[in-house]
Write a protein that binds this ligand. Structure first.
Ligand code: FES
Length: 93
């Protein structure tokens, strides 16, 4: 069995032809900023934390969205800062 990550954030960066999608709201930029913030943490704090791009998470109408496991916590964020705050709060909780 593979040890799970302590926190694993999946950020939808999907784009859909002619239909609303997370990437229409700057999801790739938000993903990059969340990764940057996690990577800037001291090693002990960022250990076991992973931030990954994801395809469509099936919540397009709420986009841009991301989900954090194992908490199973979803966020429909307004800005890159919101997304970063979401993952940082989980790490520091
Ligand atoms: S495009 Fe992001 S949840 Fe579907």
């Amino acid at each position: 069995m593979i040890e799970p990550f302590r926190h694993h954030l999946f950020v939808c960066t999907n784009k859909r032809d002619g239909r609303a999608a997370c990437e229409d709201h700057g999801a790739k930029d938000a993903l990059a900023k969340a990764k940057e913030a996690v990577n800037a943490l001291p090693a002990a704090e960022r250990e076991g934390v992973r931030v990954s791009a994801a395809g469509c998470l099936g919540r397009c109408a709420h986009g841009p969205v991301a989900v954090l496991y194992p908490a199973g916590a979803w966020i429909s964020y307004e800005s890159a800062e919101d997304l970063t705050r979401f993952v940082m709060d989980a790490i520091r909780r």
